[in-house]
Ligand binder design. Sequence first.
Ligand code: AMP
Length: 284
Amino acid sequence: MKVIETVAEMKEARADMGVGVGLVPTMGGLHEGHLSLVRRARSADGHVVVSLFVNPSQFAPNEDFDAYPRDLGRDLRLLDAEGVGVVFAPAVEEMYPPGFDEWVEVRGPLTDRLEGAFRPQFFCGVTTVVARLLRIVRPQRAYFGEKDAQQLRVVRRMAEEQRLPVEIVGLPTLREPDGLAMSSRNSYLTPEERQAALVLPRALELGRTMVECERVRDAGKLKEALADCIRREPLARIDYVAVTDYETLEELTAIDRPALLLLAVRTGATRLIDNTPLTPHRSP
Ligand code: AMP
């Protein structure tokens, strides 16, 4: 496995690969969720490039950039065991050289609401770094998790707007046996917070049951029931409970089409997000 730290070397290595390149962008702190993306890329693409880069521009000054879990040795061992060919692990100055001014932004409702409303600079940071990675690595496919559902849709829109010739592949969320979505940030949780965090998968399950078994169609009623469920957990604080169109993430009042239920909840100092599709049955 080749570990590349500079943009120049990455471009050189890319020139030798031809077609059939898959890119898995990550911030490291790898877990099985990341590895599921790597495995899909391995089965679909001849060459797999995994990037490890904690992207400073998507963190606000009060967020966890410094504390973000970093263990390059462990990440490299995991990726080597998966048979990855190239790891791109650039320093911040490689991705943002002095005078860097190539910010890439998707504007409009898709980035304004949900995560965008709570983390105003987040999506500009994400689209800028992903566009830069896509331009350096030039993959035919790039893999992202549905765990970050809004990010996946924003990246897809960015690739269209920038006319980047890449297929953005979205893959399902991997969970711990008790239902908690895998996340690098789970390592921040104390045992009590880890237990409290189970309120997220519990609320998602309740949402699915109400829509798919009890045929609830009133999004307001659904959100109220889920907010009540989350409020019963004393360590949890809601940032949002949202019910949206599955593709556009427009807020729904009636759940009359494929939808997405999205949660952002803080347990202690750790902010967790999760989501599930909602599939309303057609009326007979
Ligand atoms: P991150 O390192 O957190 O930026 O995540 C890198 C990629 O892994 C993103 O596309 C995430 O959506 C994806 N990812 C994170 N957690 C999971 C998970 N539990 N299951 C599947 N994919 C995930």
